[in-house]
Design a protein around this ligand. Structure first.
Ligand code: PMP
Length: 398
């Protein structure tokens, strides 16, 4: 019966993680998977989360089904965090927000909703983008295209080419944008560039789908959401997927949100209803614990402030690692090769320009693990291993 089912080749990033775990070398370094590690190479348990968990455990509540759309106060807190509590669209109640299974779940529910209510819409993704974007949107039956984004020659953005493409695509097309800390390149639009892009989106009737998986990892919680807020302010009707996997270090809890910015409250209520219908036929209702933890933190001014501080520490450590690696490479290469992109790219990832054969040599000869594309996860660096990584890179780049 199942003889025609082919083997699953596996996820390249997760397979690499397995290879890393089996590597016996003491000085091995994992710079592949997109997780935030602390200076000791551990996945942190945030103190605010620990306190929230303690508070929750003191008055255990039964674990019934949540509403299809998730916990009401949590959904409001998500909206306040993503858009700002004073945002006109929040106050006008013209945003429909559901609790989602991480950022991926938000993308999937959004993709299914788009397929049903905009059956002819096609989606445009940055070149390159997070690989699962393609899988999720194609899996939902949407046709995908790419718009120019990363400039391999400069380690920056092909902004003019991106704008030319977006000016030429059919109105009603969906455009996937990364709010900040672009995965996999680390290259973001500047505010000035967003200010040029947003009117084109609004005037051309394009539908932005903003993926915000790293809120707080670029410049700050409000700063990183600036583009989302500006889009909503300009009248764009938009999808926004946000994730608490990284910024709360709650990967396995699967907690996030999907918000749909509408023109008015009545439309938002209808959209919310159809998002619920989409969830109902998908997984019926979301899980409880992660959202309760996040709610517990966000509803308390003290815990929220603590969270912002812990997030600032993570952000600061990544920036410090960028600076240290840049310094170490500059010492080895001088003017022969420019690593300035390490300082301008933002968030957890950098596209290094290291080629696939060089990535292979880094792993085999030095135990330094990057993914095939040359994307480096900066949070795998620490003060203890950055010199080793710089030496390894210098060795393979020659
Ligand atoms: N979008 C992007 C750009 C990501 O990098 C990730 C996580 N790697 C996600 C979405 C999914 O996040 P989650 O783990 O919360 O599903």
């Amino acid at each position: 019966v199942f003889a025609h089912v082919p083997p699953y080749p596996g996820d390249p990033i997760l397979s690499l993680m397995e290879a890393f775990q089996q590597d016996a070398r003491a000085d091995k370094v994992s710079l592949s998977i997109g997780l935030y590690f602390d200076e000791q190479g551990r996945l942190p348990v945030l103190d605010c989360v620990r306190q929230a968990a303690q508070a929750l455990s003191q008055n255990a509540v039964p674990c019934g089904y949540l509403p299809i759309e998730g916990i009401a106060p949590y959904r409001q807190l998500v909206q306040d965090l993503v858009f700002g509590a004073d945002h006109e669209a929040v106050r006008a109640q013209r945003i429909a927000t559901i609790q989602s299974l991480g950022g991926s779940g938000a993308l999937k529910v959004g993709a299914d909703f788009i397929k049903r209510y905009f059956p002819d819409a096609e989606i445009w993704l940055s070149d390159p983008t997070w690989e699962n974007h393609l899988a999720i949107f194609e899996g939902a039956g949407l046709r995908t295209h790419s718009y120019p984004y990363y400039d391999a020659a400069t380690g920056g953005l092909r902004f003019d080419a991106m704008m030319d493409t977006l000016r030429g695509i059919p109105s009603g097309s969906v455009v996937l944008l990364h709010a900040s800390c672009h995965n996999p390149t680390g290259v973001d639009l500047s505010r000035e560039q967003w200010q040029q892009l947003i009117p084109v989106i609004v005037e051309r009737g394009l539908i932005p789908f903003v993926d915000m998986a790293y809120q707080g990892f670029g410049d700050g919680l409000d700063e990183d959401a600036w583009s989302v807020r500006a889009l909503a302010e300009a009248g764009a009707q938009a999808f926004v997927a946000n994730s608490f996997s990284k910024n709360f270090s709650l990967y396995g809890e699967r907690v996030g949100g999907l918000s749909v910015v509408c023109n008015d409250a009545t439309t938002a209520a209808n959209v919310l209803g159809q998002l619920k219908a989409t969830v109902r036929r998908n997984y019926s209702s979301p899980p409880t614990q992660g959202a309760r933890l996040v709610q517990q933190v966000l509803q308390s001014p003290e815990l929220s402030a603590q969270w912002a501080g812990e997030l600032a520490e993570m952000r600061g450590r990544i920036k410090d690692m960028r600076a240290r690696l840049h310094h170490a490479l500059h010492e080895r290469f001088g003017e022969r090769r420019d690593f300035g992109f390490l300082l301008t790219q933002r968030g957890m990832f950098s596209y290094t320009g290291i080629t696939e054969p060089q990535v292979h040599r880094l792993r085999v000869e030095h135990g330094v693990y990057l993914i095939r594309s040359g994307r480096m996860c900066m949070s795998g660096l620490s003060r203890a291993n950055v010199q080793h990584v710089a030496d390894a890179i210098a060795h393979v780049l020659g």
